[in-house]
Design a binder for this molecule. Structure first.
Ligand code: SF4
Length: 348
């Protein structure tokens, strides 16, 4: 492969700015350097496309024109405005971050990448976007559009969904970024990816970078960016036995490999492909059974039931420890366990 990096480094931003001046869309958040408004737009656009995100942006600005008004809002009202975008933790973090800005920063947004990234819900991308757009900090943004453009131009085969690849892309962008106009550079390269070097049918025939583009020269545009295939999810069935008399209860520490390593839980019988109540009935006497609950991990769907039981054979409790119910909060447990303990007190 011809290493065309040096060619690019020379005049990349000049060429890009020329394209941007003729092709940029007129978007409301491009007319402001108010970090509050830029932040809202960036968080909304992480959830949806520009045309669908626009009404949400206007609704938020109208309902909460300042960060203080958002901080003072009731979280349920913020959820209501967010309705339809999904992933409600983003709305929760918006509210939480607004409160922090008001309470810890006197209502003024931090004016640097390092300050912004301390706020909940603001990661590298959002901190780079706000700090460059509003404070002209030289911080290249790396979103899906930028990954695609850079991987095609330079023929980068490292999968973009592997965290280690970020450095390769960031290193290139740090060379390419216009040190005098980082805001325009970031907006221009994201726009170039969004409307020109699109995932499908990129406009290569009329592309300013055609002569230098690796993917175009190899006719391999659709091979970039490279992604590793996500592992297929597996489904597991967990039967948890609640064993104990009076204030005593048995728990067990998971092994140090696999999911939830070293965390505590009730003694477990894992079913093969279904909840194996018959098998449990042979082992112990069941007094009460919970409803099935689903717990999703990145590559596993876990269905769990909890059984209050008695007449448990001592051999079954091998490796378990007997503790006081009142001391359960002292043991580190996974979320499936803590959720059960919070919601199903009647089993205890
Ligand atoms: Fe993207 Fe095609 Fe331009 Fe290469 S030539 S940067 S693939 S639009």
């Amino acid at each position: 492969m011809k290493d065309n990096r040096l060619d690019f480094y020379k005049d990349f931003s000049i060429t890009l700015f020329h394209w941007y001046s003729h092709n940029q869309r007129d978007l409301p958040w491009r007319h402001t350097q108010d970090p509050y408004k830029v932040w809202l737009s960036e968080i909304i656009l992480q959830q949806t496309r520009v045309d669908q995100g626009m009404p949400y942006y206007y609704n938020f600005i109208e309902s909460y024109p300042t960060v203080s008004s958002l901080a003072n809002a009731h979280l349920d009202d913020v959820y209501k405005l967010w309705e339809g975008l999904g992933y409600y933790s983003r709305a929760r973090n918006l509210h939480k971050a607004a409160k922090i800005v008001v309470e810890q920063f006197n209502g003024v947004f931090p004016n640097s990448y390092n300050g912004l990234i301390t706020l909940p819900g603001i990661g590298d991308y959002t901190a780079s976007a706000i700090s460059s757009f509003c404070f002209n900090e030289v911080r290249p943004v790396l979103d899906g559009n930028v990954f695609r453009v850079i991987s095609r131009l330079f023929g980068i085969k490292e999968p973009i969904n592997k965290p280690a690849s970020r450095k390769i892309f960031k290193d290139i962008l740090n060379e390419l970024i216009d040190k005098h106009s980082p805001a325009s550079f970031n907006q221009a390269i994201m726009e170039f990816g969004a409307v020109h070097c699109k995932p499908k049918q990129p406009k290569c025939d009329e592309c300013i970078f055609q002569e230098k583009c690796f993917a175009f020269s190899m006719n391999k545009q659709s091979d970039y960016p490279v992604k590793v295939k996500p592992k297929k999810s597996i489904t597991r069935f967990f039967n948890y036995l609640i064993v104990g008399e009076g204030d005593d209860i048995w728990i067990k520490k998971r092994s140090n490999s696999g999911i939830w390593s070293n965390l505590h839980e009730f003694p477990l019988i894992e079913g093969q492909d279904i909840f194996n109540t018959e098998l449990i009935d042979e082992t112990v006497k069941i007094i009460k059974v919970s409803k099935a609950t689903k717990h999703i991990l990145s590559h596993q769907n876990i269905y769990a039931k909890f059984y209050r039981v008695k007449d448990v054979d001592a051999s079954f409790l091998e490796g378990c420890i007997k503790v006081k119910k009142s001391s359960l909060p002292d043991y580190a447990m996974h979320r499936l366990m803590t959720r059960f303990l919070e919601e199903e007190q009647s089993f205890m």
